[in-house]
Structures are given as C-alpha cells and as structure tokens.
Write a protein that binds this ligand. Structure first.
Ligand code: FES
Length: 280
C-alpha cells in the first residue's frame, strides 16, 4: 500500500529519507535529469515550485527545485548541475543507486493566485527546471487556467533542457511556446536574441499572471517589458530559490533584509520585494 510522506512533520527536521534513482538522463554537458522515488514507495505531496534538500552521505547537501508536477506519477524529477563537490558526486551516481532527500520546503508558485487567469512563464537557462513542475501542472489541468504562454531562453541550443518536452510544447495546442538562444549553432533555425525579444512575437494581456525564473540579470529586463504592458507587480512572481542552503530558516544564507527566502519564499510577488535591493 502507498503511504504518504512529508519529512517536515517528522521529529528530526534534518533527517533525510532514502530515494531510489529510477532513471538518469544526461541532458547537457553540465546537467543530469534524475527521476526518483521513495525507496519505501511512499508518495510525496508537494506544490509546483517547492524545494528539496538532496544529500549524499560523505559529501553534503544541496537545495534543488522539484522539476515535475504532483499531477504526474508517484516518482518525481530533479535536475542537478555539476558545480561543486556535492553535485559532482551526485552526477556520478547510477540508476538503482540511493539518493537522500528532505522536504519539500517553501511556498511554491501560489496556484490559487494563478487559476482562472492568462499565464505567462518566462524561464531562462536552468530556471526552466522548477517551472517545468508548473508547466506540467497547467498542461494537466488546462481548464483551470486561461491562455498559457511560455518563453524559454538559453545561451545556446546545447543548453536546452528537457528536449522531449520541448518537442511536445512546440506542437501542443495547450501551450503557446516561444524559445530563443543568445547564440545559434549551425543546426538552429529558431529565434536568436535575448528572451525579452520574444515579447514581440505574441501579445500578452495586462490581466496575465507572470512567473519569472532565471538568472538575476534577466529579471530587470523582463520586468521592464511587463511594465510596458501594464501588468502590476503583485501579479508577477519571481522564484529566488538560488539563494537557499538549509531550507529551514537556520543558516541565514537566504536572508534578504527582513525576508527569509526558504520560509517566506522561494516564490515572491514582485510587489513584496521590489524595494529590497539585494533581491534582483
Ligand atoms: S536557507 Fe538557511 S535560513 Fe534559509
């Protein structure tokens, strides 16, 4: 029988649970896409946009956004970029190996504020990982939302993640999908340019709810475009998960003035943080 699990309710908040790696895909030269399930077959309940602390004994722990929707299988996905000691060790694991997790943590993408509105997601680089959870969710519950538009930008075509999803998004009538790369290669026939140029390809209405996830430099330019359309800052949400470490309010690593990203976020309405200089 499948049982439910939410580690945040156990006595020891630092105690991780064992998962088994069901599948690993090398997605780019830096990133691997893992599909995991709890080894004891429990089901994890989570919201799109929530975070896991992923650990490997002897190496340490890193926060990673969940990259699949709770509307999908009993398994869940994460993408690990090789950037340090822990992620390098995780990316050397094989299918069938164990990986340990705590969580889920954080507030997610505030679905109650998105339902029954046109949705625009702007995802830059690895920022597409946490938003994939929301993208899948909206695709699975399409009638709960109005128009659905996704902008995805990467440095070059080799940096694109989730290639099978991209094929589906390009041809699906459930989503208006636009993509661009900063620099093309010989096989690329799509758009070239910064992600804000995608605003010229379609019209976004001012009643849209917008989710932005990507490198900080992207935020300012996207916010300028949204201001031109007239979308108010309380309808725009940014994901600041890049700042997190312990995920439970203990280390102070994620503090931005009076906000604690892991407890108050990682998703914030822009109106709540626009005056905090360090946020962008
Ligand atoms: S990540 Fe440690 S306090 Fe938020």
């Amino acid at each position: 029988m499948t049982t439910s699990k939410n580690i945040i309710t156990t006595d020891n908040i630092f105690l991780p649970s064992e998962t088994t790696i069901l599948k690993i895909k090398q997605t780019t030269n830096q990133e691997k896409h893992f599909t995991l399930k709890y080894t004891d077959d429990s089901k994890m309940f989570f919201e799109p946009g929530q975070i896991l602390e992923v650990s490997l004994f002897g190496y340490g722990e890193i926060p990673i956004g969940i990259a699949s929707s709770p509307t999908r299988e009993n398994s869940f996905d994460i993408v690990v970029r090789t950037v340090g000691r822990v992620s390098t060790a995780i990316n050397q694991l094989k299918e069938g190996d164990s990986l340990y997790i705590r969580g889920p943590y954080g507030n997610g993408f505030k679905l109650e504020k998105l339902r029954n509105h046109p949705i625009l997601i702007v995802a830059g680089g690895i920022g597409v990982c946490p938003t994939r959870s929301l993208i899948q969710y909206i695709m699975d519950r399409r009638d709960e939302f109005k128009t659905f538009t996704l902008f995805y930008g990467t440095r070059d075509p080799s940096q694109q993640l989730f290639l099978e999803d991209l094929k589906q998004w390009r041809s699906s009538d459930k989503i208006e999908y636009y993509e661009t790369v900063d620099k093309a290669d010989e096989n690329w026939s799509g758009s070239v340019g910064v992600i804000t140029e995608l605003f010229n390809k379609t019209s976004i209405t001012k009643d849209a709810r917008v989710i932005i996830c990507g490198p900080p430099i992207m935020f300012k330019f996207v916010l300028k475009e949204l201001e031109k359309i007239g979308i108010p800052n309380n309808h725009i949400f940014v994901d600041l998960e890049r700042r997190m470490k312990c995920a439970i309010g203990k280390c102070g690593h994620c503090q931005i003035n009076d906000k604690t990203v892991c407890l108050d976020g990682p998703v914030f309405a822009v109106s709540d943080i626009i005056d905090l200089e360090e946020a962008f």
